[in-house]
Design a protein around this ligand. Structure first.
Ligand code: PMP
Length: 379
């Protein structure tokens, strides 16, 4: 019987060591794939253990940073390219040209996919874009057109610069290339790809059990597509917009006014979104955000300081090194958890990695002490 006890112990040890080492589980291996484009989507969903434990809710993040070019924008870039190929506006491996106006992630996705599918990426972006994003675009071989950040009606503004660039090529009789302006802010294929892929993936990964979905809005494509899909499954799901300081979208959602600043004399004005957070927050309405409006339950404002502290908190407590928009979403998730009470299942998007934000957001976040508590994060 000592022998049988030993055998049982050995079997227990074998099972334990197998369950501890998930990389040995063949079932968790993704299938073989061909081409970088085939790796887009089907991203993991991870529970943020520290936040779940401290709030009594279950808080999960959809890891969009696991896409091959590092963000949720891979889905959008591929959808826009494929749609334009179907329309005959782009011919694969032809050197046709994709123009986009973007402060980062989308440009990086287009640059990678242009290389993979045989196009040229031309990226127009504000000249205060973080150096690591610029360096990345240059390394990827994209042509960069820096534009002064300015009002949206100014033709120098970066989306207009991208539109003009594509028109010039298409109108030049001596230029045989075709060019498109991807126009992620106004393009229907943006929210639709999140409706077709990101939303259903979340629903399946959560086993049809979601109470709250939280995301910020850059173009609004992600929150629009995911919330439309989730509401078709269950209209009770709360959709929360997490909005950075300086953005007008939270006021639009909560009070019906777009303007962020009320000046002394009572006249309202629009202004540049002034935040360390990149990729979300706007002071104008986009087609993609309009698709989300009917679904959004509430907007939660998050300050830069809260976002910086949350980013450091997740890094130190969970090993999650994320970008600024993911941190904003997590602050809104904790506020929601504390307001709604324990037991809720909350899903946020982690759009990109901290490595994209080293020189701006993480330069300040790195200064937050390692022993920051969740209470201090929210102050
Ligand atoms: N986070 C980051 C880092 C982004 O670059 C973006 C897109 N600009 C978003 C969030 C927001 O995504 P969407 O454009 O779908 O609203």
């Amino acid at each position: 019987s000592i022998v049988s006890a030993l055998i049982i112990l050995r079997e227990l040890h074998r099972q334990l060591s197998q369950s501890n080492n998930s990389s040995t589980k063949l079932t968790s291996l993704p299938p073989r794939s061909r081409g970088v484009e085939s790796l887009i989507g089907n991203t993991p969903l991870i529970e943020i253990k520290s936040l779940s434990k401290l709030t009594g809710c279950k808080i999960y993040a959809k890891l969009e940073l696991a896409n091959p070019a590092g963000s949720a924008k891979d889905r959008v870039a591929l959808a826009i390219i494929r749609a334009n190929e179907k329309l005959g506006h782009l011919r694969p491996h032809s050197g046709d040209v994709i123009f986009e106006g973007t402060s980062g992630s989308t440009g990086i996705s287009f640059a990678v996919l242009a290389n993979a599918l045989g196009y040229d990426a031309h990226i127009c972006l504000p000249d205060d874009t973080s150096p690591e994003k610029l360096q990345l675009l240059k390394s990827l071989g994209a042509t960069i057109h820096p534009v002064k950040p300015a009002s949206i009606v100014d033709p120098q503004q970066y989306t207009n610069a991208a539109r003009c660039g594509s028109q010039q090529i298409n109108e030049d009789p001596n230029d045989r290339r075709r060019a498109i302006f991807a126009d992620q802010f106004e393009n229907d294929f943006n929210w639709r790809i999140h409706y077709e892929t990101t939303g259903p993936e979340i629903w399946r990964q959560m086993e049809q059990d979601v109470d709250v979905f939280i995301n910020g809005s850059g173009t609004g494509g992600t929150i629009a597509g995911v919330s439309k899909y989730l509401h078709e499954q269950n209209r009770e799901i709360k959709i929360i917009l997490a909005d950075p300081q300086g953005s007008g979208l939270a006021n639009r959602v909560n009070y019906g006014v777009m303007y962020d600043t009320v000046e002394k004399e009572g006249t309202r004005r629009r202004h540049q979104v002034d935040t360390l957070v990149e990729g979300i927050g706007l002071n104008r309405l986009t087609w993609n955000f309009k698709q989300a409006e009917a679904h959004i339950t509430e907007a939660i404002r998050v300050s830069d300081n809260q976002a910086l502290r949350m980013a450091k908190f997740l890094c130190i407590n969970d090993g999650l090194f994320w970008g600024s928009s993911a941190a904003i979403n997590c602050v809104a998730a904790v506020k929601t958890a504390l307001k709604n009470g324990p037991g809720q299942k909350i899903v946020v998007i982690a759009c990109d990695s901290g490595a994209r934000h080293l020189s701006k957001f993480w330069k300040s976040a790195a200064e937050v002490p390692n022993d920051i508590t969740l209470d201090e994060v929210l102050q």
